[in-house]
Design a protein around this ligand. Structure first.
Ligand SMILES: [Zn+2]
Length: 390
């Protein structure tokens, strides 16, 4: 098979430092793509073996990044951003929309965004039928009126859109829920169990203490915004990890970053890392109010963990193979093993002095920064855009 012709591959990405945590690989390799799949990883593939060669010497080549938490349903409510400029063109080939849409708005999300975007989009359906249309408008939060939280509606839409809807989402902050978070959690549990799909729970300033909500989460469910500095975080008043948090991790509940504009404190991260509590996945929670800072994009969020002392491959693991395992994405992504989707991100690890800002306005100085160079998906190349459209 390998000798069938002079041009055996569609594209070779040549000479980059390939980091694929799924295979514990970190070394200079050529990556050959054929018919939308990774065909081969090897040292020194001949240039003549491909129709096209992309030079990646001095760059880092990784599986297309997976952002487990972002908001990519524009114009329906205040959060959504266009997926392609902010995700695909910036290294992310697969994005999980974390509950921007609910049963009443998902059909429009699917038709006008998911089916049209070049970025691979999977959705967590908000358990509340209106999704996040009201944003953080005072007294209009999605769980302030429990009549919008109808388990039957969420179950029906999730079943009708299996494969695109890969789980559920609910937000627990008192400004969106009033005193209804515990009842919302019970309904979310019911939806989750009826569809047997994971539930992602947004924490931070909840009405009900986290220690009462966490026991209702089960293996495969995801806590997001784990490093926020508001009431009812994962640390107790003495800065120690709560017992319920450690129990949840032992049970198989996953802990995701979800940086956002209000949910990432360097102080909290540092205290957690000092107690060996690392995130399972690193996501951006990218939305309209943070694309111009402090989040910017997923690679900037990843860079913050480099300055906090995690290794490059351990950071990348949390946006590739770990992220791919959380939901059933229906595609082999998050790795460059032969047969995987030909989703790749070529990144640059810049050296210098970089100031990074958290969601509380605190800053830290880093010596390295990841930057997107080019993303490859579906045989097309995508470079960062100067001015993203929204
Ligand atoms: Zn979010």
């Amino acid at each position: 098979m390998e000798n069938s012709g002079p041009e055996r591959y569609d594209l070779i990405i040549q000479g980059g430092r390939v980091i694929d945590p799924a295979q514990n690989l970190d070394g200079v390799r050529d990556v050959a793509l054929r018919e939308g799949k990774v065909a081969r990883l090897a040292e020194n593939l001949p240039r003549s073996a491909a129709r096209r060669v992309l030079e990646a010497r001095g760059k880092i080549v990784v599986p297309g990044l997976i952002d487990l938490h972002a908001h990519v349903f524009p114009d329906v409510g205040p959060y959504g951003i266009d997926p392609d400029p902010y995700c695909l063109h910036r290294g992310v080939t697969t994005v999980i929309d974390a509950g921007t849409s609910g049963a009443l708005t998902f059909p429009a999300f699917r038709r006008f965004v998911i089916d049209r975007a070049r970025t691979r989009i999977r959705a967590l359906l908000h358990v509340v039928a209106i999704g996040m249309v009201a944003g953080s408008t005072p007294r209009l939060g999605e769980l302030e009126d429990l009549r919008y939280c109808v388990p039957e509606m969420a179950v029906r839409v999730a079943e009708e859109n299996r494969g695109t809807i890969v789980g559920f989402k609910i937000r627990f902050s008192r400004q969106y829920t009033a005193s209804h978070d515990y009842e919302g959690m019970l309904r979310a549990q019911s939806v989750r169990d009826r569809c047997n799909l994971p539930l992602m729970v947004h924490i931070g300033n909840s009405y009900t203490p986290l220690s009462k909500l966490l026991p209702l989460m089960r293996q495969g469910d995801v806590v997001t915004h784990i490093y926020h500095s508001h009431r009812h975080g994962i640390l107790d008043s003495k800065g120690r990890l709560r017992r319920e948090v450690l129990e949840a991790r032992r049970r198989g509940v996953l802990f995701d970053v979800g940086h956002g504009a209000g949910s990432f404190s360097f102080d909290v991260v540092e205290r957690c890392l000092a107690q060996d509590f690392l995130p399972d996945t690193i996501s951006s929670d990218l939305y309209s109010a943070n694309v111009h800072g402090p989040v910017f994009d997923l690679v900037t969020t990843l860079s913050k963990f480099l300055l906090l002392g995690m290794s490059l491959s351990e950071v990348l693991r949390r946006a590739t193979v770990n992220a791919a395992a959380v939901f059933d994405l229906g595609a082999k992504v998050g790795t460059l093993q032969p047969g995987a989707e030909a989703d790749l991100s070529v990144l640059e690890l810049q050296e210098g002095e970089f100031t990074f800002i958290d969601a509380d306005g605190q800053s830290r100085l880093g010596k390295q920064k990841l930057a997107p160079v080019v993303t490859i998906k579906g045989g097309e190349l995508y470079e960062p855009m100067e001015e993203a459209s929204r």
